[in-house]
Design a protein around this ligand. Sequence first.
Ligand code: LER
Ligand code: MN
Length: 272
Amino acid sequence: MKLSIVLSTQPAKFQAATFKGDLETNLARIASLGYDGVELAIRDPRLVDLDDLERLIRKHNLVVPALGTGQAWGEEGLSFTDPDPAVRRAAIERIKSHVPVAIRFKAERPAVIIIGLVRGIVKPGVDHAQAMDWLIEALRECSETARPHGIRLALEPINRYETTLINNAAQGLELIERVGADNFGLLLDTFHMNIEEPNIEDSIQQTGERIFHFHVADSNRWYPGAGHLDFNSVLKALFATGYAGFVSGEFMPMPDATTGAQKAIEYLRAKT
Ligand code: LER
Ligand code: MN
């Protein structure tokens, strides 16, 4: 099993970005704990010294399986479904600006671009069907831009307390049909699945080859092993689909980032 963990390259309010703060220190720590990769949360590629980031990542022999983009929503309010067309356009352009970053961090394949909360929520006064149409339009445009470079986009079903647009895998699969792009799939996250899926293993099986990325946190959003999810069964279902990507830790830095990351890797490595 290839394991990565989320690192935010910029200050962020998002609680489950496990590592935040000094890049060099955090990358060294992630590598020394035995992780194979690091999932980079990048709010805006223009604000990051990509040459320096790439140098540090290579120095520590880490792979970048995916790029998180949700802080564009969390910190700036950009979304695909805002009633203001200028905000929707800015969100689309922001996601497209991650394409060169995904190419730069190519390992076996380019990094997956994550569409989490940048999809937005249904804002007051907006009809759900209208928000879905804007979402589909934006996803088609971004998938089309990414496709010639072999880059895939993964939309993450997110629990109902954070968004009202695409909460579970079944809705994600319907969206895939409507978007109609072969480089568009899903990111499944065990924390959200525990809240929304009727049966986690069945939803994994039904999503099958459209699982482009996978987040792990336990039921309480602490490191795997700290809650009541059955990771033996969840990981068995994941690998039975033929999934060959990374299992990426995205959990709260509890009791602190290093201890959580260490407990997670010990626990997950014992499963394979
Ligand atoms: C991001 O990957 C995530 O899981 C969401 O909870 C973001 O708010
Ligand atoms: Mn997640």
